[in-house]
Design a protein around this ligand. Structure first.
Ligand code: 5AD
Ligand code: SF4
Length: 437
């Protein structure tokens, strides 16, 4: 009889893909099948994120809750970035945890399962060419890793300490993975890396060295593939060649993530981001010139140590100038193993709270204005999931979420849709009849 696996995935798309890899290994080598219920599971996995402090705090209360509800003899494993950074500390604080598996040791999942109290957290471990088994949570789009780790030294970020140094996956392996996903029916791929447009920086062993722009060209030649997305690119590596390929290649989806972090060149320097406010705005201007239909999303940290009122105003200034379509905004959270953890010029928590609210309010105004412009427009939507009340949801090329009345038949289909009603996150639309097109 098969055993049951319950898996909770926190954090980013890289973690989603790591979870898929673990599910694949466990189902094909250990006969596990997925369950939605932790109570029924023989194995409970939490794939953790450590990018901010809060989810790390929550981990131990969550582990306690899982320990109470798990069935007799079931195992609990802690995986991912918090596993990398806390290691055996996790088993010290929660002795009922069976194993700890770091973000860069995912391929060892079937090994640690049989090693009581195993702690595998080597951040130099190289999984860039490991032949994982197959599992994809969506038949319509496929996550494809193109690099692992991160070589940047952003002073706020723990990721280089949890995912180790950057290694690119050989291009021929990536192309094979994409081809396999397309053969299995996916029409969209999501290329993943901490720093995708630094692709090619380092390979383990001798491999053809190509950059991200060339990789995009090669992936786009795969027949049957309709859409290419990628995350996360770094503004520092957005050279003209890359932006021009982005704009002109019809398979590359016209939504760009440009993580700003701060609009103040002074703060950006303290963060060691490698660009200035002017460089960022220059890249946005170039993108808007050559690809006006592109939507732009960003990540912003407010109240980084030393951020003055004037620095924060610079961030608001960039917000007004760029009019980001989507903003992921956070209060700075000091992280262990980072340079900024030692910075003493901390911002008062009340000021931090107020800045986050101001930033988010400004963004709501921008969004309210922008979504109004979508009313009555027609887009091609790729339908991916069923939603409540007999709706089916999908995305436009430029990443706008749209729902229409419909059922399963729409899943995996591309349809022309006219937006009839707008909202902050999900638009409502109607499919254009064939005769109207
Ligand atoms: N505090 C707050 N936000 C952070 N991020 C990364 N590290 C921190 C931190 N220490 C944010 C950045 C990054 C996103 C994934 O998380 O904005 O782009
Ligand atoms: Fe979280 Fe960053 Fe790790 Fe992704 S890479 S899981 S965002 S800490």
């Amino acid at each position: 009889m098969s055993k049951k696996l319950f898996i909770e995935t926190l954090g980013c798309a890289m973690n989603e893909r790591d979870s898929e890899h673990m599910i694949a290994e466990l189902s094909q080598k250990e006969n596990y099948t997925l369950t939605d219920s932790a109570e029924d599971a023989d194995l409970i996995l939490i794939n953790t994120c450590s990018v901010r402090e809060r989810p790390v705090h929550k981990l131990f209360s969550e582990l306690g809750a899982f320990n109470k509800k798990k069935k007799e003899g079931a195992k609990i494993g802690v995986c991912g970035c918090t596993a990398s950074h806390l290691g055996k500390e996790i088993i010290k604080r929660a002795p009922y945890v069976s194993f700890v598996l770091g973000a860069r040791n995912v391929s060892k999942i079937t090994e640690v399962l049989h090693k009581p109290k195993a702690v595998e957290t080597d951040i130099n471990y190289d999984e860039s060419q490991f032949a994982f088994n197959d599992f994809r949570s969506s038949p319509y789009k496929a996550y494809i890793n193109i690099s692992i780790g991160c070589d940047k030294q952003c002073t706020f970020c723990i990721v280089p300490k949890t995912r180790g140094e950057e290694i690119s996956i050989p291009a021929d392996l990536i192309i094979k993975e994409v081809q396999k996903a397309v053969d299995a029916g996916a029409k969209e791929v999501f290329l993943l890396g901490q720093n995708v447009n630094n692709y090619g920086r380092r390979f383990s062993g001798k491999h053809e060295k190509i950059n991200f722009t060339e990789l995009l060209r090669r992936v786009s030649r795969i027949e049957g593939l309709r859409r290419i997305r990628f995350t996360s690119p770094h503004p520092f590596h957005m050279d003209d060649e890359f932006l021009e390929e982005f704009a002109s290649n019809p398979k590359i989806c016209k939504s760009m993530h440009m993580p700003l972090q701060s609009g103040s060149s002074k703060v950006l320097k303290e963060m060691k981001r490698g660009y200035t406010k002017e460089w960022f705005l220059n890249r946005v201007q170039k993108l808007k010139e050559i690809c006006p239909e592109a939507t732009i999303s960003t990540d912003i940290i407010v109240a980084f140590p030393g951020e003055s009122d004037e620095d924060f105003e610079e961030t608001l200034d960039v917000m007004r100038k760029v009019e980001f379509d989507q903003v992921f905004s956070f209060k700075y959270s000091p992280r262990p193993l980072t340079e900024a953890e030692k910075f003493t010029n901390v911002v008062d928590p009340e000021v931090a709270k107020e800045r986050l609210i101001r930033l988010q309010d400004l963004h709501q105004q921008i969004v309210d204005k922008k979504v109004e412009q979508l009313r009555g427009k027609t887009f091609e939507v790729y339908f991916e999931e069923l939603a409540a009340d007999n709706y089916v949801r999908g995305r436009t090329d430029n990443n706008i979420i749209v729902k229409v009345k419909g059922s399963e038949e729409l899943l995996g289909e591309f349809k022309k849709v006219t937006i009839t009603d707008v909202a902050r996150t999900v638009m409502t639309g109607e499919i254009l009849e064939e005769k109207d097109r």
